[in-house]
Write a protein that binds this ligand. Structure first.
Ligand code: NDP
Length: 398
């Protein structure tokens, strides 16, 4: 018997609401709150169970506190934007409620992607006997759990990881991002960092390219190295990792558009004066790009996200590839959302389920790999994101 307050009614919020409604033995009461209440009501109307809806400005701590006091949830599940992480954590501390999110805090004026700000809440959550679970999406999230599972079941020691994220789907639009365009473009245009021998090595954004042969008929695709936040917590919690890299597929068409947008200044996140008013070019770009939520019925194909963990087993070099494949159209049939929102929303629901059922408990601020991966891996199989393990001899070199 537990009550969850979901904040954020975008693509991911829709999936979280659907999946919590499917697991009504755990989530006995659900409230969905967001800046625009109509979006919450539209999602509520799709669900097989009745849920509450509310308007909230999650940048405003007193407003959040008032909502949390009125709703009395056992857990606040944050799927608004990364800018709201700290205000929602503050409101959880003030009201004595556990917290979960899917993306690390970012200040509006710099695309930093660091856990520092949220890790600084460790003592305050601990003192209050509360738990915060950070990054319970797919990447970060499931990729952290896949790594923990590789270490628990397949390797004696992990030395290298490659996280490889493919979207082999197509929405037929000339240029669109498959989750919030502002967050997506900030991430993709940031300098690349990878972990090598105890330090971060910086290279230009999307400058390192490889070809990877994805399983189950997806085949060869170009992958580009970029920074991704889960590497920061994984190298902290698995200090034997000497090298960590994150790779993502991008089509030539996406990269061509992105290059032009960057060259003309449309991806800038600092304000410029237009017609006597301050506007942020990237926010304006978001307003003219297709809403990722509208891509659901158009997107066909599959995603394939996984981790190649390399290390030693009985003194011999071994690797294990753990991945999930998810079909955009099947996700849409189930939740009215494409696979990128689905692969984020399902693990957010499962993370909440782990906390509310007591399978994952602790006091303080935690990343996913700090808990036993087994119950989470079981739940992935049961709630729509089944995984495959491919053990191998030797190490893949990317
Ligand atoms: P969307 O832009 O589709 O949705 C964001 C929602 O948050 C919208 O409903 C928006 O309201 C609401 N919101 C924004 N600001 C506020 C505010 N100040 N107060 C209240 N509500 C607010 O984003 P997505 O659903 O695609 O992504 C949600 C989160 O998931 C993001 O943090 C993203 O980074 C993360 N993510 C994580 C992934 C992972 O694998 N870990 C992968 C993909 C996404 P309105 O509509 O009114 O603007």
């Amino acid at each position: 018997m537990s009550k969850v307050l979901i904040i954020g009614a975008g693509g991911v919020g829709r999936v979280v609401a659907h999946k919590c409604a499917q697991a009504k033995d755990v989530f006995t009461e659900i409230t969905l709150a967001s800046r625009t209440k109509e979006k919450c009501d539209a999602i509520a109307a799709e669900l097989p169970v009745a849920i509450g809806t509310a308007a909230v400005d999650a940048d405003n701590v007193p407003e959040l506190v008032e909502l949390i006091r009125a709703q009395k949830p056992d857990l606040v599940l944050n799927v608004a934007l990364p800018y709201q992480d700290l205000t929602i954590m503050d409101a959880c501390l003030e009201t004595g409620v556990d917290y979960l999110d899917t993306a690390n805090y970012e200040p509006l004026d710099t695309a930093k992607f660091e856990y520092r700000w949220q890790w600084e809440y460790q003592e305050r959550f601990k003192e209050k006997g509360l738990m915060a679970l950070l990054g319970s999406g797919f990447d970060p999230g499931v990729t952290n759990v896949f790594t923990a599972s590789a270490v628990k079941h397949h390797l004696d020691v992990v030395e290298e990881i490659d996280i490889i994220d493919a979207n082999a789907g197509d929405h037929g639009q000339p240029f669109a991002t498959n989750f919030n365009p502002e967050i997506n473009i900030r991430e993709v245009t940031a300098p690349c960092r990878h972990w090598q021998d105890g330090e971060w090595v910086e290279t230009g954004a999307l400058k390192t390219k490889r070809v990877y042969d994805f399983p189950e008929g997806i085949g060869e695709m170009n992958i580009y190295r970029m920074y991704h936040e889960e590497m920061e917590s994984l190298v902290k919690h698995f200090p034997t990792i000497k090298k960590a890299q994150f790779w993502m597929t991008f089509s030539d068409n996406y990269l061509k558009h992105l290059e032009v947008l960057q060259n003309v200044g449309m991806t800038r996140i600092d304000p410029v004066i237009y017609d006597g008013k301050e506007i942020v070019p990237l926010k304006f770009l978001k307003a003219v790009l297709p809403d990722p939520g509208s891509l659901g019925p158009l997107t066909k194909g599959r995603t394939c996200i996984g981790v190649v963990a390399k290390g030693l087993k009985d003194g011999v070099k071994k690797q294990v590839y753990i991945y999930n494949i998810c079909d955009h159209e099947a996700c849409y049939r189930e939740t009215n959302s494409q696979a990128v929102s689905y692969t984020t929303g399902v693990p957010a629901m499962i993370g909440a389920m782990m906390m509310l059922t007591g399978k994952w408990r602790g006091e303080g601020v935690f990343n996913m790999e700090q808990f036993d991966p087994d119950p989470f891996m079981d739940a992935l199989n049961n709630y729509g994101l089944p995984w495959t393990v491919v053990p191998g001899d030797g190490w893949l070199e990317l």
